[in-house]
Ligand binder design. Structure first.
Ligand SMILES: Nc1ncnc2c1ncn2[C@@H]1O[C@H](COP(=O)(O)OP(=O)(O)OP(=O)(O)O)[C@@H](O)[C@H]1O
Ligand SMILES: [Mg+2]
Length: 254
């Protein structure tokens, strides 16, 4: 098991925002967290990446109990945010931005660096022309791919994607989702894939946790969740989706 999250609780200003949250992610698995705005998805992610502290509970990553300080310095968990602009320096071109992690790791071999970057761009279906561009000269989908590549250059084993396709239109979403799938297959990456959109999670994930008011109320494979939802809240989420034949058609077109 790559990640074990055990009974995590979190309070913000006396508000109980995570209530005994527990889940596990296997090596190579895509685990989805779905639920309405404010249910605690990003708070869960921020605890894992070390951006905020849990009040109690346990996180075990690669068989080691993570203390908060450890999480902050672990490059093994990387996160991709909803807005790619949050991780891309607007003043620099993409070449500079993508070379930055190598500088941090004190890697100086120019050939190695350029090969690695070109290999990642190729996997993302981006031409090397983007290297000369600044973030503002690129589309939202292209910028998100660069933000993903940037996260991957630290060689993580777990990638957290928090609403990473929410700001994109359907074709932008499809392109990023395909990139994520390809990365999972070729790099054997594991994901915590967060979205409020059950369709996206259904399409992407091996297992899904449905979250409501800080609790995981139901967990299962996409098929189990879709064909046999147990919790009333999951049923309500499913009812809010378009009728099933259209839903399936749309899913298949992604
Ligand atoms: N830094 C903070 N200080 C105080 N309260 C916070 C803070 N961050 C989040 N919260 C509260 O914690 C709860 C969970 O927020 P969180 O951001 O985890 O929700 P979410 O599921 O990611 O929602 P969304 O789908 O809108 O991104 C919300 O009630 C939110 O207002
Ligand atoms: Mg959020």
């Amino acid at each position: 098991m790559l990640l074990k999250v055990k009974n995590i609780n979190k309070f913000y200003d006396n508000k109980h925002v995570l209530k005994d949250v527990s889940f596990e992610i296997k090596k190579g698995e895509i685990y989805g967290l779905v639920g309405e705005s404010g249910c605690g998805k990003s708070t869960t992610a921020k605890i894992l990446i070390g951006l905020t502290d849990k009040d109690n509970g346990e996180v075990i990553f690669n068989n080691k109990t993570m203390c908060q300080k450890g999480a902050r310095t672990s490059k093994q968990i990387q996160m991709v945010f909803q807005d790619p602009n949050s991780s891309l320096n607007p003043m620099k071109n993409i070449k500079w931005i993508l070379e930055e992690p190598f500088k941090l790791h004190k890697i100086k071999d120019k050939k190695f660096i350029s090969n690695k970057i070109l290999e990642m761009l190729d996997m993302a279906n981006l031409s090397s022309d983007v290297l000369k561009k600044h973030p503002y000269e690129m589309s939202g989908g292209q910028k998100q791919k660069i933000a993903i590549i940037l996260a991957l250059l630290s060689n993580p084993t777990l990638l957290i994607a928090d609403e990473a396709v929410s700001s994109l239109d359907l074709s932008g979403q499809a392109s990023i989702l395909n990139f994520f799938k390809k990365l999972q297959q070729e790099l054997k990456l594991s994901y915590l894939f967060i979205s409020h959109d059950l369709r996206v999670v259904y399409h992407m994930c091996d297992r899904i946790g449905v979250m409501r008011h800080g609790e995981i109320v139901e967990e299962g494979t996409p098929e189990e969740i879709y064909s046999n939802p147990k919790h009333e809240y999951t049923k309500a989420l499913l009812r809010a989706l378009p009728s099933s034949p259209e839903f399936m058609k749309e899913l298949n077109s992604i």
